[in-house]
Design a protein around this ligand. Sequence first.
Ligand code: BMA
Length: 849
Amino acid sequence: MKMKGNCWIALLLYCCVCNHTLFAQHSKLDLSSSLWKFKKSADGSWYTASVPGCIHTDLLNNKLIDDPFYGSNESTLQWIENENWEYSATFYADQLLLSKEHINLVFEGLDTYASVFLNGKEIGSADNMFRQWKWNVKPLLKSGENKLTVKFISAANESKRLYSLLPAKLPMDERVMTRKAAYQFGWDWAPRFVSCGIWKPVYIESWKDARLGRAALSINKLDSAKANLTAKVNFNFTDGAKDTMHAELEIINKNTSETFRFAVAAGISAQSFPIEIKQPKLWWCRPLGDPYLYTFLFRLKQNGKVVDTLSISYGIRTIELVQGKDKIGQSFYFKINGVPVFAKGANYIPQDCFPSRVDSMKYVRLISNAVKMNMNMLRVWGGGIYENDLFYDLCDRNGILVWQDFMFACSMYPGDDKFLENVKEEVTENICRLRTHACIALWCGNNESDEGWKNWGWQEQFHYSKEDSARIWTDYKKLFHELIPACLLANDSGRVYWPSSPSIGWGHKESLQQGDSHYWGVWWGMEPFENYKKKTGRFMSEYGFQSMPSFQSIEKFIPDTERYLFSPSLKVHQKHSKGFETIDEYMNRDYTASADLDRYVYLSQLLQAEGMRTAMEAHRRAKPYCMGTLYWQLNDCWPVTSWSGMDYYGSWKALNYFAGETYAPLLVSMDETRDSISVYADWDGIEKIIPVSAEIKLINFSGVVLWSKKIQKKVSSLHTEKIISFSKQVLLKNQSGKRVFLHTEIEKDTLTRSENNFYFDKPKNLELIETTVQTSFSVNPDFKSFNLQLYSDVLAKNVYLSFEKMDVEFSDNFFDLLAGEKKTVKITPKQVSGFFTNQIKITCLNCKD
Ligand code: BMA
């Protein structure tokens, strides 16, 4: 653990059309759905299992344990990790299958230490959750019934055993010894559930004479007239068939129906083929253009007959990481098809402690949320998992770039040959699986290992001798400076590799002058939110602040007797040692805190959202010095108080609404420096320059406009424009800053606009006028949603809409309702029944109880 201080249509269509970008069509016998059962190795009783799945969810489904996420159950379920578990299934093999020349048993993922038996004989063992495991089962497969058994030994115990053999302890704990998702051993937002199981699909694949292996596409030359691509394809041929067969490969461009035909050299294992595309359409990330994808169908023919096929969706684009020296340091930004991208997004962690139960709709919802929030980049963080194909397919289809970490985080790692060989296989396999995805912008070696080694005092904490330190650092270099770059060079040489995120720790001024930064002065360093404005680096890949999940979510995992502040169960669902204290300290700086849980939750979300907005706006205002902002963290893996913008159940916190506004292509923001206030416009859409009209008003809380100004301006996408500056004193004259605010609206056209409010004092010091917000509902023509009209005579600050015990989607929330304004919010209940409009609850900073 750290010691530092609207593409809905695209999404829906995608769901109907396909599940994987890349699939080969030799025969597959799916064993996931076979009847699996499980038992504790030491016991005799078998229970029904789900595959893919894991031991915790199987125990839960059989009602053998209580919900691991409920109340304080976590601690009572720790025994599970110390046991060994066994899974077994029977399946039938027919003559057709047995007649195949090659028959492999394939586990897409085994978590983690497993021995696999077929009909009583051991066929192999596994020791890496991130790898696929494949064994030839032809010699052991019987006609009729076959029995498959997988025996898992405790990953926790095995990790501890390996850890105890180390000459000097590595940072963190035993988890570093095992290639298993690190967050499952507990994190500062995750419980400890060290699970095991067949967590990905399992099947038998078979083929006769020839089949397609992996394929990779790369761009050799690209201009508006044509794209020259190379398809490098791997083949498997049966020894006997190698020389006699006449093999051909067809590559069909499904978008144009053009077919390319090639002879395949006899018995060759890999061959490259040229493909030309005339007037290529490019893949763009949001909001710079459409994420256009080509589909290529590869057909392997043997003596004129198709024997195998493979389909790849591919985006034609160039991507570069620009690191040019400048007066202050070195730039750090991506160019897509030659155009600079300002990256807006968040850090992504696995969606569940038990990733096998994250269904496809959860992925669809997650990416659609990122789209709604105007994000164009997600960072897949290194303490989790390499995500499944669907995740990257959805990012491809929705123009969301991916910063992909390899799965190493916040520690140093062993450097022995066995460990490195295992990692080499893992890294190579995942590179080859993911390299065809246009969305992947960069490969990154690890999260915070370099920073940790140099700044977190591990040397003292673990009492390293000079020799220990030298060896551990040499091992680090072997892994992140040699092995991984070599795997990339061999398999995906066109993409950038960045050894560690961040490149320099946040305590050093250089961290803001070059590379990517994780700025944790706010939160870990207890610095004020305003420091986000001063501590802006070249690419802000992490910064964040915690908040609590909504009260409706809390009701799902905290027993009703414990729904009060800092109850034992609420504390179990806060994994940062000083989490609540930190929230409290910041809350008291800005708000009048409350002992009432419901109010505290509301304030904690507002606090987080305002803090993050300060950061996101500052990062955009610093363009082009700063060219990226990814807050920590997008989502949760269980219900918890954390840095996330949406909770485990998918409910949006205030942060998500603020992020959606702040990440929109057009943003107006205001900043105060000494005595002056400036208004800025930032534009990062397709057009290089746009005209905007802006209106700035000084308004008191009763709605009286005291001053206003209209301005026309041209805004370039290359840098943020200052629209106007004025002296605070001259503007306020005799008015108290506690009773007025600045309201600014900026507009390109009626669809592209941004508005923002600037307050002259902290919320707790504002002299807001008490109000009751009036509401009226009308049903929308879709008969699925309602429009809620809101009205208040005076400013209602940070209006929060909620429904008791109801999951509801709001088109906006936590907004300021201006005096006399009629605001409409669209409300879509997630459940079909049980929704009563009169159960709406309206909270605001100055609402009457
Ligand atoms: C970041 C991450 C995580 C951690 C988070 C909050 O730096 O890389 O390790 O959970 O901070 O502390």
